[in-house]
Design a binder for this molecule. Structure first.
Ligand SMILES: [Zn+2]
Length: 344
């Protein structure tokens, strides 16, 4: 009897990153799976999605082509509920040593139903040094069935000894055109909306898909950009009121970081228009106000607003009085009466 040969396809549940998928699929075809991979790239680029798809390929039950996306293993992994595929991430801000110790226990057990015990360690660059040290032990003597998939924004924050034991898989930012096409063809997002999301995503497919599915992400962005435009149009008193309301809304600093990063993008757009750059602006739906600023204020004004916004973003993590920091920022914004865009 001739055993049916199993092939590994590259038709994974991953958008873009074809070379990374090819690379991992090839390691499976040649039976050269490594014990640890380090998947890097900016937040929202699709690192966890790739890791999950790889876990499917590793444990798929099909005896024809893997991953099939349909078998019990593929389905359970897609829902993060396969017994042998575990996702570990920081419970607070950093991944702690206890989490790695728990993991070591799990890894000492043979897989329950799959061929491999796969652990996806998310944002491992933010793990404590002790947690990294503890993981090193596991990387030094892994059981044959263990595959660790570490994700990180970049490899720089990791111990060199960890980096050297992992196969690197670096995900690159995707062109806006690829993201737009994927949103239109695979996620049924309409033209202008797809173009906007593609531009806003700054090359991060994962972010674009999340934003397409979760309207609140875009709604929050609109609110925060509108707040900035209101501040620009208002006097000091009005600005302080805005600073106060934003500081009250921000129980955690996440919202503020989001606001400040959006505002930096906004000022960069004004600079792009001022310099008649060919690079497309990010906030294309705010073009009307951005154009007015580009002709109505000076380059130094924009530079000052941008620098102040970056500085505030850095200060936020230093236990600063948030309201005061925002008030100071408000004083560094140029003042100009912005005419609202005509409807439609
Ligand atoms: Zn399958």
């Amino acid at each position: 009897m001739v055993a049916k040969s199993i092939t590994y396809n590259t038709d994974w549940a991953v958008s873009g990153h074809a070379w990374a998928v090819n690379h991992l699929a090839r390691s499976l075809s040649h039976d050269r799976v490594r014990h640890a991979y380090l998947i890097t790239g900016p937040a929202g680029i699709g690192k966890t999605t790739l890791a999950r798809a790889f876990a499917q390929a590793l444990n798929c039950l099909s005896d024809e082509t893997r991953p099939c996306g349909k078998c019990r293993a593929c389905t359970l992994i897609a829902h993060d509920s396969h017994a042998d595929v575990q996702i570990v991430q920081a419970t607070g801000t950093t991944l702690k040593i206890d989490q790695v110790r728990d993991l070591q226990h799990t890894l000492s057990l043979r897989p329950v139903e799959g061929r491999y015990r796969v652990v996806i360690l998310r944002r491992f660059d933010e793990a404590t040094p002790q947690a990294m040290d503890a993981l090193l032990k596991t990387l030094e003597e892994p059981a044959p069935y263990v595959v660790l998939l570490l994700t990180a924004d970049s490899g720089d924050g990791l111990l060199a000894t960890i980096r050297s034991r992992c196969q690197p898989v670096h995900l690159r930012l995707l062109p806006a055109s690829t993201i737009r096409r994927t949103l239109e063809t695979q996620f049924d997002v309409k033209g202008e909306q797809a173009a906007l999301l593609a531009q806003l995503s700054a090359g991060r497919m994962g972010w674009a898909i999340r934003a397409a599915a979760d309207e609140s992400l875009l709604a929050q962005r609109t609110e925060l950009l509108t707040l900035l435009e209101q501040a620009i149009s208002q006097s000091r008193i009005g600005r302080f009121a805005l600073a106060e309301s934003l500081s009250k809304d921000s129980k955690d600093k996440e919202l503020l970081h989001t606001a400040l990063s959006l505002w930096q993008g906004y000022w960069r757009d004004v600079l792009l228009v001022m310099h008649s750059a060919t690079t497309p602006i990010t906030n294309r739906d705010h073009r009307h106000a951005i154009d007015q600023l580009a002709v109505g204020i000076g380059v130094e004004d924009v530079q000052r607003a941008l620098t102040a916004t970056q500085r505030t973003d850095r200060y936020l993590d230093e236990n600063t009085n948030v309201r005061l920091a925002l008030e100071v920022l408000m004083l560094d914004l140029p003042r100009m009466h912005l005419i609202p865009a005509p409807p439609g």
